[in-house]
Design a protein around this ligand. Structure first.
Ligand code: AMP
Length: 190
């Protein structure tokens, strides 16, 4: 069983890569952003709560996010592994993930970080916003806030996993296929 965290700032290409990696390695892709958008589109209480944070580029509170993620993992008892995209985004989420996996005798195999600089991120997200239909992709102030939140709250997750030697860094600039090959090389070496 291989559990991977695909890590990196918003707009670094995690979602695009996670879909193809999940197919190639036969593991389940879990994107907490996608799960929240699904709840929002169905106007569920969870979706309505998440919306107020997402619209500002803030993080949805840990207890809400961790509960939703746990349900999704539990809903896939026969999974061969997971690729987590957009989770964990805080150290508390990382600790909760480790507990959830260790209760199943599992662990995170690696955290692979896609490195992309801030100006490239803003340009990519604004471009994505032309077609994604996401409010949080269309406003540069919200995008900059998402990057600040990433640097403040999410970057420490890298250091948390670095302590156990599980972190890898990948250059996130290049074609989708080039980056996919770099990711596969890291995963195959695990
Ligand atoms: P994403 O699609 O990963 O860019 O996530 C979009 C938004 O969903 C984020 O800006 C947050 O508001 C929320 N979100 C997604 N994943 C998480 C998470 N792990 N913790 C807290 N909020 C999250």
């Amino acid at each position: 069983m291989t559990n991977l965290i695909l890590f990196g700032p918003p707009g670094s290409g995690k979602g695009t890569q996670a879909v193809t990696l999940a197919e190639k390695y036969g593991i389940i892709h879990i994107s907490t952003g996608d799960l929240f958008r699904y709840e929002m589109s169905n106007n569920t209480p969870l979706g309505l709560e998440a919306k107020s944070y997402m619209q500002k580029g803030e993080l949805v509170p840990d207890e809400v996010t961790i509960g939703m993620l746990g349900n999704k993992v539990e809903a896939n008892p026969d999974a061969n592994g997971f690729i987590f995209d957009g989770f964990p985004r805080t150290v508390a989420q990382a600790q909760a993930l480790d507990r959830l996996l260790s209760d199943k005798g599992q662990e995170v195999a690696a955290l692979i970080a896609l490195e992309v600089d801030d100006d490239e991120i803003v340009a990519r997200i604004l471009n994505r916003g032309k077609t994604s239909g996401r409010n949080d992709d269309n406003d540069e102030l919200i995008i900059r806030n998402r990057i600040d939140v990433y640097n403040r709250e999410t970057a420490p997750v890298f250091d948390y996993y670095a302590q156990t030697g599980k972190t890898k860094r990948i250059d996130g600039i290049g074609s989708v296929d080039e980056i996919f090959q770099r990711l596969c090389a890291e995963i195959d070496a695990l």
